[in-house]
Design a protein around this ligand. Structure first.
Ligand code: HEM
Length: 417
């Protein structure tokens, strides 16, 4: 098994670097944004369950389960959105840089600076979209408001990046200290060492931007999806019972689970859970709208004329609530709509179920996202009942990612006490 992991890991790094080089050359040749190729390549191999089969159980066992145990023992109220952010950030760091941030372990100590910086930057980007350009540019010039936060966010990202680079370079200067697994499983080591594929290592800023993009794309979206999923579940206790029954049948036939011994492929058997996640993503897509600008003048199917100056906003959030797309019951949480008469998953076209975008820009981490979410949800639902603090306000944040403005406060009650 270990050997198989290693083979897939090498393939990942090679494909990642090869596609980076292809993307880069296409970009310079045509002046077009071809970075999606890079991410498609990354995902193609990262999607290998063999590869992530090591990382996910590791961080569940060493990070999530002990933390949940502590929280439930102490009976304290926890911000689930923050917890999910830490978990997904830990995962994202391992695939992006190989670095273990121990972010789950410091829940009681400090705010996790990097994800917070990303959140602040996302809010500033949202503000740039909705307020007049002259206004945010003035704010930037004066160094006030969201623009000040944006600048501070970059300082934190740069600091984080400098630290990652120095850790990595120190390890690389003493190759004996790099574990085989680390060398295989993360993108940064690939950038720095596989000159045979990639030629020269790209500039620090290019690496920083790509790695930051990967961290952001993995962490913010998945933690947002998990938060809205548990919020919806609290309003639909019948679905919680159904998921729990399914998990016991296919994943954890025994009582309390302290070690995640499940084979991640078993997660594919959880049809109802998959349906419930799709339903949560339909109602609360982590990327609630997407902006596109035509490369040349064109006519939309609606008859609208568009050109290079037209910004087209496609709102996945609104689409999920349109009766013309999902039927009269579009506002209801109904996992059943995703299940066929034969009991399988009903697949919907990506331009209808738009949470992961569609076409060449479809999210390359979709399958990983599902696996991550299923692993964490099954662990929580089998061992605990999540009791939300009823008086806590749950409202969306104004940002480019649909997060909860005040987090999701809850108690975690053990089912096996
Ligand atoms: C619920 C989970 C997730 C959702 C809803 C989601 C959604 C999306 C969407 C809508 C896009 C397209 C953005 C655009 O073109 O403007 C995207 C891009 C992307 N996603 Fe995901 N994603 C999720 C999880 C993940 C995970 C787990 C990974 C990595 C392992 C990942 C990696 C990426 C990357 C690398 C891109 C490309 C970014 C770019 O082109 O600049 N995503 N995602």
């Amino acid at each position: 098994m270990k050997k198989r992991n290693r083979i897939y890991g090498k393939e990942l790094v090679l494909a990642f670097l090869l596609l980076t080089a292809v993307a880069r050359s296409l970009q310079s040749a045509h002046g077009v944004h071809f970075y999606f190729l890079l991410f498609q390549g990354l995902s193609f191999l990262v999607m290998s369950l063999d590869l992530i089969a090591k990382i996910i159980p590791d961080i569940i066992e060493k990070g999530l389960i002990p933390v949940l145990h502590d929280i439930s023992e102490q009976g304290t109220v926890v911000d689930l959105q923050d917890l999910f952010t830490r978990y997904t950030f830990e995962f994202a760091s391992l695939i992006a840089t190989g670095s273990n941030t121990n972010s789950l372990m410091c829940t009681r100590v400090a705010e996790n600076q990097f994800p917070k910086a990303i959140d602040d930057a996302c809010e500033a980007i949202f503000a740039r979209i909705v307020i007049p350009e002259a206004f945010w540019k003035l704010q930037r010039w004066l160094g006030i408001g969201k623009e000040r936060k944006y600048k501070e966010s970059w300082k934190i990202i740069d600091k984080f990046w400098a630290k990652q680079m120095s850790i990595k370079q120190e390890k690389l200067s003493n190759a004996m200290t790099i574990s085989e697994d680390e060398e295989e499983l993360n993108a940064l080591t690939g950038y720095l060492t596989r000159h045979d594929i990639f030629g020269q290592t790209p500039s620090s800023n290019v690496m920083r931007d790509n790695i930051t993009g990967l961290l952001f794309a993995t962490e913010d979206t998945t933690s947002s999806a998990l938060s809205w999923f548990f919020w919806l579940l609290s309003k639909n206790p019948f679905s919680e019972i159904k998921i729990r029954e399914e998990v016991r049948k296919h994943i954890f036939p025994q009582d309390q689970v302290k070690k995640w011994r499940g084979n991640l492929e078993q997660l594919n058997k959880l049809v109802y859970l998959h349906a419930a996640i799709c339903e949560a993503l339909r109602l609360f897509p982590p990327v609630p709208y997407q902006l596109r600008t035509p490369l040349r003048p064109d006519t939309l199917p609606s008859g609208h004329q568009v050109d290079q100056k037209t910004a087209i906003a496609i709102s996945g959030y609104a689409m999920g609530r349109m009766a013309s797309i999902w039927g009269e019951d579009c506002h209801e949480f109904k996992p059943e709509r995703w299940i066929t008469k034969e009991g399988g998953i009903k697949h919907e076209a990506s331009h209808k179920f738009f949470a992961f975008n569609a076409g060449s820009r479809i999210c390359p981490g979709k399958e990983i996202g599902f696996t991550l979410m299923k692993a964490i949800i099954t662990t929580i639902i089998h061992n605990y009942h999540v009791q939300l603090v009823e008086t806590h306000p749950v409202t969306p944040n104004l940002s480019i990612v649909l997060r909860m403005k005040h987090g999701l406060k809850a108690k975690i009650n053990s089912r096996w006490a």
